[in-house]
Design a protein around this ligand. Structure first.
Ligand code: ADP
Length: 470
């Protein structure tokens, strides 16, 4: 079976979040399921550079292989030959032509699904988030029989634009109504995909349920709830070749469940990089975009409790100016106990996640989350809000789970500083009992976090839609 994936980001070429990791990992995992996947990406400078010896298969399409992926790049320099962030200009505002940029990407995805690229013809189109959300609508309006799947990675980003974009994007005026392209007076890219895709998936079973409620659906809960029979939650996995403490080039020495010594070396290196003292309590870390979603304010509100336990905190992140400033201020107020690096630093994220004792993820909502998976694999116990994919991947160390020997971390609910503080307290209590902590860590490291099961679930979903494909 051949599947065209279309997305606006893909690691290692361009990444602003977990979407890029998924779009990079899923095709490789699908190969093990007999699915031949190609990834359509905008021809950003980094993508075009990676395909410098690719083949032109259409006026606007270059095909080639890079970083273990079969890629198709949409080579329209006027839209994509821009440096930096894929969505924002140098002024940190959305590019003014984002509707045209990603509408065109969606339109070309639908075109390839129906007409092929060169001699490659997909059986199914799998699109991701609002940037490719119009593609299922284009397929439907063209009367195509190619099935489509839309995956929601984060409903907070919906791609809302003015109605006047219908004409430039070649969309029928007659489709501008609430049962099709319209979201409360705007042209909704994600909304269009939610209505017109044959199946909707999201990145965890819990988020799939949450999305059907007003607290999480961000106005789209009704559209999704109406299609509940066609909505599935499939967890993301971690790229276990990249996130492997036994073979991680960013660590001072390798370690694993059976040889934990190297974790202490990583801890010492992380303390040095974040200018932290070696305090008696656990070293907590946070590796995240710094935005309201991620609950940074909850963490800073709970900070006095963390520090009172002799613990320390290292934060690696970048994002909103207010959150960045708050994190910097916390580090300045507690030298030696709170350290911060503001920026995006992949190698440092590996060192920090390896070196910390626990990783904090106090998100207000979290479709899947990846860093808790890295934490599990690296024996860095996750302390997470019980929401979305966090609830589906971490087993709380409550009394029953401890007796059963199944716990892998700490969960808290509701999403408040008080509940987070309680979870931090529980982690500190357990950390003070080294054999119990070591047992939990061993169990966390054995928890499966790879892509195998999820790739099988996607392949099964595809097969249900493409009957008769090899
Ligand atoms: P989201 O997609 O909402 O940002 P995820 O947890 O799904 O959250 O994915 C975030 C990804 O980005 C992870 O791979 C995480 O390690 C990485 N990441 C986030 N912030 C940083 C940073 N400052 N430096 C390095 N990696 C980061």
């Amino acid at each position: 079976m051949r599947v065209l994936l279309a997305a606006s980001e893909c690691a290692p070429f361009v990444k602003t979040g977990g979407l890029a990791d998924v779009v990079s990992a899923l095709p490789k995992a699908l190969a093990g399921e007999g699915v031949e996947a190609r990834v359509l990406l905008p021809g950003y400078p980094a993508v075009m550079a990676a395909l410098s010896d690719g083949t032109r298969v259409a006026g606007d399409l270059v095909a080639g292989r890079a970083a273990g992926l079969d890629l198709l790049a949409l080579d329209v320099p006027a839209l994509f030959d821009r440096p930096g962030n894929p969505y924002l200009g140098p002024d940190r505002h959305d590019w003014p032509d984002n509707a045209l940029r990603f509408g065109t990407l969606s339109r070309v995805a639908a075109r390839i699904a129906t007409d092929g690229a060169g001699d490659w013809h997909p059986d199914l189109l799998h699109v991701h988030d609002w940037q490719t959300g119009l593609a299922p609508a284009y397929l439907r309006f063209a009367g195509s029989r190619i099935p489509s799947v839309l995956t929601i990675h984060n409903i907070a980003f919906q791609g809302l634009f003015g109605r006047e974009m219908l004409g430039p994007l070649g969309l029928p005026e007659a489709e501008f109504h609430a049962e099709s392209l319209e979201f409360w007076g705007s042209l909704g890219f994600l909304k269009a995909g939610l209505v017109h895709a044959d199946r909707i998936t999201t990145v965890s079973p819990t988020y799939a349920r949450e999305l059907q409620t007003p607290a999480f659906g961000m106005g789209l809960e009704g559209v999704i709830a109406r299609r509940r029979a066609e909505v599935t939650g499939i967890l993301n996995g971690a790229e276990t070749e990249v996130w492997d403490p036994e073979a991680d080039p960013h660590l001072p020495e390798p370690y694993g469940a059976k040889r934990p010594k190297g974790k202490a070396a990583a801890r010492a290196a992380a303390l040095a990089r974040f200018a932290l003292d070696d305090r008696p309590g656990p070293l907590f870390c946070l590796v995240s975009r710094l935005t309201a979603q991620k609950g940074i304010d909850l963490l800073l509100a709970a900070l006095p409790r963390l520090l009172a336990r002799g613990a320390s905190l290292a934060i690696l992140g970048s994002g909103d100016a207010a959150e960045e400033a708050a994190v910097r201020a916390a580090a300045a107020a507690h030298p030696g106990a709170v350290g911060a690096v503001i920026g995006y630093d992949e190698p440092l994220s590996h060192l920090l996640i390896a070196g910390a004792d626990a990783i904090l993820i106090p998100s207000r909502f979290e479709p899947c989350g990846l860093t808790q998976l890295y934490g599990l694999r690296y024996g860095t116990l996750p302390v997470v809000a019980r929401t979305g994919g966090l609830a589906d991947t971490v087993i709380d160390a409550n009394a029953a789970a401890m007796v059963q020997g199944v716990a892998t971390g700490f969960e808290f609910t509701p999403g408040s500083a008080a509940a987070l503080g309680d979870a931090i307290d529980r982690a500190c209590d357990l950390h003070a009992d080294p054999p119990a902590w070591a047992a939990l860590r061993r169990r966390a490291m054995g928890h499966p976090v790879g892509w195998e099961r999820s790739a099988a679930a996607y392949a099964a979903l595809y097969r249900g839609l493409v009957r008769g494909a090899p």
